[in-house]
Structure formats: structure tokens, C-alpha cells
Design a protein around this ligand. Structure first.
Ligand code: ZN
Length: 136
């Protein structure tokens, strides 16, 4: 793993939270993106070299709806950047981690993503992400 790529925060209302976090960071979100397959709207903020992702549920059965129902708003996941997501999935599976989706899926911000089950990572939902490089 290379570095923390971003930290994901679950929010009830993206519009309200975008205004709040813009005020906090002194800069607006640089990207707002819907990920329909996950039932979420997302926004991304840059803080120096770090990124913060806000996630709002768009459906009642979205993972973000379930998270907020159980735990309320707050830190939802930590995402780590990897070079070869499939190799990392193989390595982590052999190490005994439970992978939620073995086949990487397209996430927000032009990334392939895989999530690890929090029950094998001390209650922390971990996202692995690899930048999608478009071939010419
Ligand atoms: Zn994320």
C-alpha cells in the first residue's frame, strides 16, 4: 500500500455538509460525483496533499443509509492507494482478510475500488483504490 488516498465521511445531507466543509477548509469541493451502483452522491475536498470524501445516500438500501442508521454521521472508511489492486486482493485474502467485493468495481474519482470487511480490520472499513489509467 502506498499512502492514505482519502478519508470517507458519511453525511445525511451533502449540500449542507459541502457548505460546512467548504467553510472548514476555506475552499469548495473540487469534484461532486454520483456513484449510482453504490447509491451515493460524493464530493471531494483537497486539504494540502490529502483528500476528504463526503458520502450521502441516494437510496434507502445504500450502504451509507445503513451506516448512518446504525452509527450516525461520521468517519465511514479510510482509503489506501495501491498500484495493483488485484495483487493486493490476493495478498490480503491469503492473509485472512475478508474482501467484500473480490472483483474491483468502479468507484468515485476515477478509481477501481475494493472494500475489506470491518470485522477483520478492527471495525474500520478499508477501501483499496487504484487509479484507472485510460489507455490511448
Ligand atoms: Zn472512498
Amino acid at each position: 500500500m502506498k499512502k492514505i488516498e482519502h478519508i470517507g465521511i458519511a453525511v445525511k445531507n451533502l449540500k449542507t455538509s459541502n457548505a460546512l466543509f467548504s467553510k472548514l477548509f476555506g475552499e469548495p469541493a473540487y469534484k461532486i460525483e454520483a456513484v449510482e451502483s453504490e447509491g451515493v452522491n460524493t464530493s471531494f475536498f483537497k486539504v494540502g496533499t490529502n483528500k476528504i470524501e463526503l458520502l450521502e445516500a441516494t437510496t434507502a438500501d445504500s450502504p451509507i443509509s445503513k451506516f448512518i442508521e446504525k452509527k450516525g454521521e461520521g468517519i465511514h472508511h479510510i482509503a489506501f492507494e495501491v498500484d495493483d489492486i488485484e495483487a493486493e486482493v490476493r495478498r490480503l485474502t491469503l492473509e485472512g482478510f475478508i474482501v467484500l467485493n473480490e472483483k474491483p468495481k468502479k468507484g468515485a474519482d476515477n478509481k477501481l475500488v475494493v472494500f475489506l470487511h470491518p470485522k477483520t480490520t478492527n471495525g474500520v472499513l478499508i477501501e483499496l483504490c487504484q487509479e484507472i489509467i485510460l489507455k490511448e
